[in-house]
Write a protein that binds this ligand. Structure first.
Ligand code: SAH
Length: 230
């Protein structure tokens, strides 16, 4: 089981993978993330234990544990493990999370990582085919604390629910009001924001006196678009 308390990735050959998911391959990835400044032990452990090859096409599975973004079709990419780790670490900085909303399910890999550090994860994707593929990859990874919706994340999650953490995995030219509106008090939102062709990761925190903003580092994400497609 890939549950939060689990410390082992192997339960069947498909999930454990053959050869490419050897402990050494995963250790190498984790070492690289540490060198790049990822400090959170829980995040590093989750990256080590998450079968990233389940979230990409088989033809590319040999690259699953390299620290690179990879194409997943429809002009979209599975995020680089470094950025997945960094954004997760930023959300977790104030302690454990109960509920997290992700905008841009894509492959479902970031969703899988979040599902192991939060009690419950909600994720939305505007491309129907990716939404469905992510649903089956997450089922294969046996992650059951995840709810997915095929919808436009500009509108947030389609209920009045509030989230302890919100993570946007596509670059936005503005900060969608519906997302800040769904952030719980003391909640944290990480979002790549684009200005004049440059993107930067932004951390927004909701406090009693309003929202604080902090620019973290330059990033490269696919754009956040509007509407849904099948
Ligand atoms: N977290 C993903 C990243 C995928 S790339 C992963 O690691 O695989 C970003 C994703 O955001 C794409 O799948 C894209 O279709 C989706 N996206 C872009 N704009 C969106 C919107 N308005 N609502 C929901 N998803 C969106």
């Amino acid at each position: 089981m890939l549950s939060k308390s689990s410390n082992n990735q192997s339960h069947d050959a498909g999930v454990a993978g053959i050869g490419m998911t050897s402990a050494r391959t995963r250790d190498r990835l984790v070492d690289r993330l540490k060198q790049q400044g990822i400090k959170s032990e829980p995040v590093l452990e989750v990256i080590r234990n998450t079968p990233r090859h389940l979230f990409i096409e088989e033809a590319m599975a040999h690259k699953a544990y390299e620290d690179t973004a990879l194409p997943i079709g429809f002009d979209q990419t599975i995020s680089q493990p470094y950025i997945v780790a960094r954004m997760t670490e930023l959300l977790l900085e104030d302690g454990p999370l109960r509920t997290v909303l992700e905008v841009g399910t894509g492959s479902g890999y970031q969703t899988a990582v979040l599902a192991q550090v939060a009690d419950r994860v909600f994720s939305v994707e505007r491309i129907g085919a990716l939404h469905r593929r992510a649903e089956s990859a997450l089922a294969r990874a046996e992650l059951t604390n995840v709810s997915l919706r095929h919808t436009d994340g500009n509108d947030g999650w389609p209920t009045s629910m509030k989230f302890d953490g919100i993570m946007v995995t596509a670059a936005s030219k503005s900060l969608p009001k519906s997302l800040t509106g769904q952030l719980a008090m003391d909640g944290r939102l990480v979002i790549p924001v684009e200005q004049e062709g440059e993107q930067a990761l932004c951390l927004i925190c909701r406090t009693e006196s309003g929202f604080t903003h902090e620019l973290i580092e330059p990033v490269h994400f696919v754009p956040m678009l509007e509407g849904v497609i099948e």
